[in-house]
Design a protein around this ligand. Structure first.
Ligand SMILES: [Zn+2]
Length: 482
């Protein structure tokens, strides 16, 4: 068994100094972007407009001015009044170098005028389907970009080279391994160039990446008009050592996020009065999921709101084996939806750390009753839904112990009846992740026949603890055993 039982004498014997856990498995995160973000301006601690602008101006001073200036973890819900920064604020820092502040939820950003120009956005540019260039009273884009509009401008920034990608993946692996993570799943491979990214992941695994790499590829890179050549896709995958690096399936987005009022919900967002937005019209989403299923891939759908989650379950219900497919997030769920999800048997990935990091945003956006019952893990477990815990880094720092802490004692304002035990939480961040990755017989447990991925603690493992050593495939990758 991977976790010591509560009454296991080893946990209480003061003379026993060493505790062993399976390596953590982060089955929903963004590996390459995490590695790239480790080098960007981070706005996480900024709680006012002025603080954001000060920090950006400060770090912009050290920027080479050639490429784009990127900042991450922008979050207007922490400001008084929750009003966004606009391009006019950023233009005071530079009106010639593109500046882009990415929202902490990854679904929105603020661009300065140079970034809008570089992306070719003018007042005549129509809003893309499933996105919005927020405009001022005169109809001019004010720099705030939601969903597909955010993706559109972001994708105009120069892409990293293959070598920069490999270095970023190795950097992300190093950082995750320091938290005791031994396997991670990237949930959006192909955001720049699928062939190049698959190559970069393979190269990183061959150069000793400290985590096993699992990949969910953007569906459109494989099954739409802009798809990769199937023979090349096959070739890139067969060059990988599947124990170290492999493609698990295809990823689809059904809706947005709560912080930016873009999740598709049945109630209304308190800030906008709206119900969020679907990324694809209902029939199109059903068509995409059916296509992925028919092509034999596992499908993973991002759905935050209760409205979009119904649509995903409708589509999964029509497949031969819903257990092959995954549901990502499903943060707002009614009792009836929980029952239905349990009947389907699709795996659900849950990010408990969100409650700790975005509680303020949830309360700004949602009715108190709905906010309090987000991510009802106790109910999900009791209903028998196959679950895993994961981080979704880089939108949160992603130390698994933070997620575990938020699940065993939900932060103030979240229904404590949904708390689970420490043992359950560790299980969800270890063999739960192995289930999410469809390899429950390979990693996630300390048992004969499993890969030797484990973490060593010199004290009883608990939130806040740091592993003294981490092993991947029997090799020491972090810390020491002295
Ligand atoms: Zn994600």
């Amino acid at each position: 068994m991977q976790v010591f039982a509560k009454n296991d004498p080893r946990l209480d014997n003061k003379k026993t100094k060493t505790y062993l856990l399976p390596g953590f498995i982060d089955a929903h995160c963004h590996i390459l972007p995490s590695g790239l973000d480790l080098l960007k301006c981070n706005l996480r601690t900024c709680t006012s407009k002025d603080e954001v602008l000060e920090k950006v101006a400060d770090e912009f001073g050290n920027h080479n001015k050639e490429g784009w200036f990127h900042a991450t973890q922008y979050d207007q819900t922490k400001f008084e009044g929750a009003h966004h920064i606009t391009r006019h604020d950023l233009d005071k820092i530079s009106d010639s170098t593109p500046i882009l502040l990415r929202h902490s939820n990854g679904h929105a950003s603020v661009a300065n005028s140079a970034a809008l120009r570089a992306a070719g956005v003018t007042r005549e540019t129509p809003d893309p389907e499933g996105g919005e260039f927020v405009r001022d009273a005169a109809g001019e884009p004010n720099g705030v970009l939601l969903e597909k509009a955010h993706e559109f401008v972001t994708s105009s920034a120069p892409a990293p080279t293959t070598e920069q990608m490999v270095e970023a993946i190795l950097r992300a692996g190093e950082s995750m391994s320091s938290f005791g993570i031994t396997t991670a799943t990237d949930m959006m491979t192909g955001r720049w160039n699928l062939a190049q990214e698959l190559e970069a992941y393979r190269l990183a695994s061959e150069r000793g990446c400290k985590i096993r790499l699992r990949l969910y590829v953007q569906w459109a890179d494989v099954l739409s008009s802009r798809a990769i050549d199937p023979a090349l896709f096959e070739e890139l995958q067969s060059a990988m050592d599947p124990t170290k690096c492999k493609v698990l399936g295809l990823k689809v987005f059904a809706d947005g996020a709560i912080g930016s009022a873009t999740a598709a919900i049945k109630s209304k967002f308190l800030t906008t009065g709206g119900q969020g937005q679907l990324i694809y019209p209902e029939e199109k989403l059903a068509e995409i999921i059916a296509k992925i299923d028919a092509a034999g891939y596992s499908c993973a759908v991002h759905t935050i709101g209760d409205y979009s989650t119904d649509l995903v379950m409708d589509a999964y219900e029509k497949t031969d084996d819903p257990k092959r497919h995954r549901i990502e997030h499903a943060m707002i769920l009614s009792e009836a939806q929980i029952e239905r999800m349990a009947r389907l048997g699709s795996h659900l990935t849950v990010q408990p750390e969100f409650l700790m990091r975005f509680g303020h945003a949830y309360r700004v956006q949602l009715e108190p009753e709905i906010a309090a019952n987000l991510k009802p893990v106790r109910s999900l477990l009791d209903a028998g839904i196959p679950l895993s815990f994961n981080s979704d880094r880089p939108i949160v720092p992603g130390n698994p112990w933070d997620g575990i802490a938020a699940a065993i004692q939900r932060p103030e304002g979240f229904n404590p009846a949904e708390n689970i035990t420490l043992e359950e939480a560790i299980g969800l961040y270890t063999h739960g992740g192995a289930q999410a990755n469809f390899e429950p017989e390979f990693v996630g447990k300390l048992e004969p026949g499993f890969a030797a991925d484990h973490q060593v603690y010199n004290e009883k493992p608990h939130p806040g603890a740091t592993p003294s050593a981490v092993f991947m495939d029997g090799k020491l990758v972090q810390g020491s055993t002295d």
